[in-house]
Design a protein around this ligand. Structure first.
Ligand code: NAP
Length: 251
């Protein structure tokens, strides 16, 4: 299916690794120009070269730290003078590792989670959303976690702060829908990434899912690309889980 977003430009945070890189590749396959955002310039350049070898789209890199509001402001300024963006993919660092029970969490880990999961998203949304306004079309997609709908053991930091991100996205969806900009979250769980393999109970987690297997990064990225598509234009304010059926509630 042609998603009808050829020629659009997407800023993909976390575009140098894992799910973010896979989303960037899926968008490039649709003919979307890219700005890859992350902190490490070397890893960004490696990702840029990898995608450029596969797809004939324009790819720029933006070395910036989402936890630093000034970085987001400077990036917005740069992009404003450089063609802007139509699609914003918010993707943040993983929560502190190893995961712990709530009562074993410590203040510095809560602060790190707050900074990396919640404030990073708020900084990026606050500074970069204005770039999507006034054009009649846009997509904002936050990569959160299925733990927002079904809290998982030892995931309190992820649940608490990503619920905040989901709330922020919902507010924004309500405020800017009239501009033709949809705002959604795509929430992964048990997607096989390099970082997930640090869990010792992977096979056990897979066996507990209705689908009895882990998800692939391609399946996750294809869902994000669909939410970015023109065809998904009437979906906004939603969290769409890509979790192999892990979430047991009705919605
Ligand atoms: N796999 C799953 O099933 C699953 C489930 C639930 C949630 N998630 C979430 O999905 C997200 C992506 O996971 P992943 O495995 O793809 O992670 P990953 O491979 O560690 O990639 C994280 C990306 O974010 C960038 N980044 C980290 N901190 C940043 C910052 N402060 N500013 C800008 N960029 C930053 C990293 O580059 P730099 O380090 O160079 O900045 C990297 O590009 C994570 O938040 C993870 O918790 C995944």
């Amino acid at each position: 299916m042609d998603f009808n977003i050829q020629g659009k430009r997407a800023l993909v945070f976390g575009g140098s690794s894992g799910l973010g890189l896979a989303v960037a590749q899926a968008l490039a396959a649709e003919g979307v120009d890219l700005v890859l955002g992350a902190r490490d310039a070397g890893r960004l350049e490696t990702a840029r070269a990898q995608i450029a070898a596969q797809y004939p789209v324009r790819i720029d890199c933006a070395s910036a730290d989402m936890t630093q509001r000034a970085d987001m402001r400077a990036l917005a300024e740069r992009l404003r003078g450089d063609g802007g963006i139509d699609i914003l993919i918010l993707n943040t660092a993983r929560p502190p590792s190893p995961m712990r029970d709530f009562l074993d969490e410590e203040e510095d880990r809560w602060n790190e989670g707050c900074s990396q999961q919640l404030m990073a998203a708020l900084n990026a949304l606050g500074e970069l959303t204005p770039l999507l306004l006034g054009k009649g079309w846009g997509r904002i997609i936050g990569i959160t976690s299925a733990t927002v709908k079904q809290p998982m053991p030892k995931h309190a930091i992820s649940t608490v702060f990503r619920a905040g991100v989901a709330a922020a996205l919902k507010h924004l969806a309500n405020e800017i829908g009239h501009q033709g900009v949809t705002v959604n979250a795509v929430a992964p769980a048990t997607i096989r990434t390099a970082s997930l393999t640090t869990f010792h109970n992977l096979e056990q987690r897979a066996a507990a899912l209705p689908l009895k297997r882990l998800g692939t990064i391609e399946e996750f990225a294809a869902t994000v690309a669909f939410v970015a598509s023109r065809q998904a234009g009437f979906i906004t304010g939603q969290t769409i889980n890509v979790d192999g059926g892990m979430t047991l509630s009705l919605s």
